[in-house]
Design a binder for this molecule. Structure first.
Ligand code: FAD
Length: 416
């Protein structure tokens, strides 16, 4: 009999996993605490390592219809619009030619909707917040806040950076505050008269802060921005957001290039978002429970890889979840082995990138040279093919290539 698979979390990871399992002929029930699939006011950049998988899952046309591709990737300083480094993305088809799949900026709600529609309503249980999980023999009983209980043979924790399933798998591993926070918003391009290259994905880098933006939606008429500042030192809130004084964001970016000031001033900032990570876990599975995505490796968003590596996890896990439960433990060891090294390196590099983006003016000389080699140094993130990786690698050992790759990239960041 096929195992009963329960996925906690109907976010990007949970839904992608359910679709990937279906491709293998396995079905899963997705339990999502929200009463509808939506995420307001935020966007996501999908890189080739994820879009090649979404294409295989048959979702890419629907995503492409709701997205736009950045013309270029550009870094600038904080006061003038001189380019520190720049590379074509959509321009001349450069990114797709190099990595074999496109780069898209999309509203997160649109991505959720595409994945949710592809999954269908039948096994998507909205309004189901997991309260407790109780092992019963080899199975796990799930108890939800709405009073519903169910029994599964395999439980996947795709419940995000504050995962409850992680507590069961790894003990009291709480999300760790990074010491940085962000103001974010979506602004029509027409309200940004000073913005050079509005269709590009751009970083503006200054002392103790940076602002990243890219166009989203089919026509690229809106710009999603993410303005990161150092501090506050401690996060004394149980929530993602903390109240912000009306002028906190504009004060943090006062004196920056007019395009940055226009962007930050264009939306009211009632809150700031704390940026959290998950410390590298020793194990991603316990008994019949296993983690994926932010629950396993929540990372800073400075490589734009949280969602993309989560999609990779989903593909790998779907390929490895065995139809026969006798093989579960060995399969999950392999899943952990394949995913832990890569996600740790990207996690570490994202953290170091924060420091590099926030350098004082007197320390930026080496950074320009490093950014000029960005495609050579970080192409490995984008060229990765999770499906090929899991189907082609030997069952239980790291290949020589993987070992070399891990060693070669362990220290590779845009920081010193
Ligand atoms: C501001 C910001 C910008 C980002 N930009 C990018 C980007 O450009 N590119 C990128 O790759 N990544 C980006 N990320 C990271 C990305 O959003 C995450 O890595 C990704 O969403 C992780 O997917 P997930 O499925 O693991 O978790 P989530 O998408 O967080 O989904 C978890 C789901 O679990 C549900 N859930 C939680 N607890 C329970 C429970 N007890 N019971 C039932 N359901 C539960 C939640 O409601 C949610 O729907 C960004 C993150 C932030 C904060």
């Amino acid at each position: 009999m096929a195992p009963r698979i329960g996925i906690i979390g109907g976010g990007i990871g949970g839904l992608t996993l359910a679709l990937a399992l279906r491709r293998r002929g396995l079905t899963a029930d997705v339990f999502e605490q929200a009463s509808e699939l939506r995420e307001i006011g935020a966007a996501v950049a999908l890189s080739a390592n994820a879009t090649r998988e979404l294409e295989r899952l048959g979702c890419l046309d629907a995503i492409a219809a709701l997205s736009c591709q950045p013309s270029e990737l550009i870094w600038r300083g904080w006061t003038d619009d001189g380019r520190v480094a720049a590379f074509p993305v959509a321009r001349d088809g450069a990114y797709r030619a190099r990595f074999g799949a496109p780069y898209f900026g999309i509203h997160r709600a649109d991505l959720q909707r595409v994945l949710g529609t592809a999954h269908g309503p039948d096994r998507l249980h909205l309004g189901h917040r997991l309260l407790a999980l109780v092992p019963e023999g080899d199975a796990i009983v799930l108890q939800f806040a709405n009073g519903h209980t169910t029994r599964v043979d395999v439980l996947v924790g795709a419940d995000g950076v504050r995962s409850q399933v992680r507590q069961f798998v790894a003990g009291e591993e709480r999300a760790a505050y990074s010491g940085t926070s962000a103001f974010r918003g979506i602004v029509p391009v027409r309200d940004l008269p000073s913005l050079p290259d509005p269709q590009a994905l751009q970083f503006w880098m200054g002392p103790n802060a940076h602002l990243l933006h890219y166009a989203i939606g089919p026509s690229g008429k809106d710009v999603n921005f993410f303005a990161v500042v150092e501090g506050p030192e401690r996060w004394a809130h149980e929530t993602w957001t903390a109240p912000a004084a009306p002028d906190e964001a504009t004060v943090a970016f006062a004196g920056w290039h007019p395009a940055v000031v226009e962007m930050v001033s264009a939306v009211p900032h009632k809150v700031r978002w704390g940026l959290f990570t998950v410390r590298p876990l020793q194990t991603w599975c316990r008994g019949r429970a296993v983690l994926l995505g932010d629950a396993a490796h929540g990372m800073l968003p400075h490589h734009g890889q949280g969602a993309n590596t989560t999609i990779e996890d989903s593909i790998t896990l779907a390929e490895l979840l065995p139809a026969r439960l006798q093989d579960f433990e060995a399969a999950m060891q392999r899943y952990q082995m394949l995913r832990r090294a890569r996600t740790r390196i990207i996690q570490r590099s994202s953290r170091a990138t924060n420091a590099s983006l926030h350098l004082p003016d007197n320390a930026v000389a080496g950074r320009s040279a490093r950014l000029a080699r960005f495609p050579e140094r970080f192409g490995w993130i984008h060229e990765f093919d999770a499906l090929k990786d899991v189907t082609s690698r030997a069952a239980s050992v790291l290949t020589v290539r993987q070992k070399a790759w891990s060693l070669g990239h362990a220290a590779d960041t845009v920081a010193d």
